[in-house]
Design a protein. Structure first.
Length: 263
């Protein structure tokens, strides 16, 4: 229910930037979300490394803008330089050597988990029908979340993955996939006629399943770090990662589906 309540706050912002902003301004929004989400990740995973975490959040989120470089090797070069820089920071820190491997892995994982995955929203925005694809992700994820919550509340009996998320059920998960399919079909008949019925089925299942897995993965991270929510930016409803965990996994799948199968 928290996700549905917070959508009332975050969704209008996403809609306005998707519809009205240029591709670059949309990238600015993704940069801000990446910065906040990555900072939350480092607060959870490396609370004792705040200076490095804050710097890594800024560097990692800034990589979103490299997608506009004329040379396609620029994003890879900047990611490589960032990785090397933080490896050297860890090398010369010389404080807690037994913890160095774990800290380094978490610092570098943050780059991959938040800005790399979220930057696919910008790549989608740059494709033909990019705005429609962005709305399709939102519709599939939100309709899936809504259906999963209500079906799970009414009919949920079989635990899906109790070690990670005790409240989620198999029945709710299946209901969520059905809701995602309904959302994809509504998208086809309202604003995205380029989708075939097969595209609706494929994207609903692909993005729906990955969205649920993204939610579970973030729950796993929170349990591992011993926190209830990733942050407090939405009072009473958690942080940015709590709201975007499904989109983090769904956005890359939507981009590669659109790029290779429906351009």
């Amino acid at each position: 229910m928290k996700r549905l309540a917070t959508a009332v706050v975050l969704l209008p912002l996403l809609i306005i930037f998707t519809l009205k902003a240029s591709a670059f301004l949309f990238a600015v929004l993704v940069f801000v979300l990446s910065l906040l989400g990555l900072d939350e990740f480092y607060r959870m995973a490396l609370p004792q490394r705040r200076p490095e975490g804050q710097l890594a959040a800024l560097v990692g989120a800034s990589g979103v803008f490299s997608l506009f470089a004329a040379n396609p090797t620029i994003p890879f070069m900047l990611l490589t330089l960032s990785v090397l820089a933080f490896c050297l920071i860890e090398l010369f820190r010389l404080k807690e050597i037994p913890q160095a491997a774990a800290d380094s892995a978490l610092l570098l994982m943050g780059f991959l988990y938040v800005p790399l995955l979220l930057s696919h929203l910008v790549l989608l925005r740059l494709l033909p029908h990019g705005i429609s694809w962005l709305f399709l992700i939102m519709v599939i994820v939100m309709s899936g979340d809504s259906a999963a919550y209500y079906v799970g509340s009414a009919m949920g009996k079989t635990k899906l993955y109790p070690q990670v998320s005790p409240k989620k059920s198999v029945e709710g998960s299946l209901g969520g996939l059905a809701g995602s399919l309904v959302g994809a079909l509504i998208s086809k008949f309202t604003y995205f006629p380029e989708l075939s019925f097969l595209d609706c089925l494929a994207t609903a299942l692909l993005l729906g399943v990955l969205g649920q897995l993204g939610d579970l993965f973030e729950s796993l991270l929170k349990r591992s770090c011993g926190v209830k929510d990733s942050g407090t930016i939405f009072p009473g409803h958690g942080g940015v990662l709590d709201r975007l965990d499904s989109i983090l996994f769904a956005a890359p799948a939507a981009y590669y589906y659109a790029y290779f199968l429906l351009r």
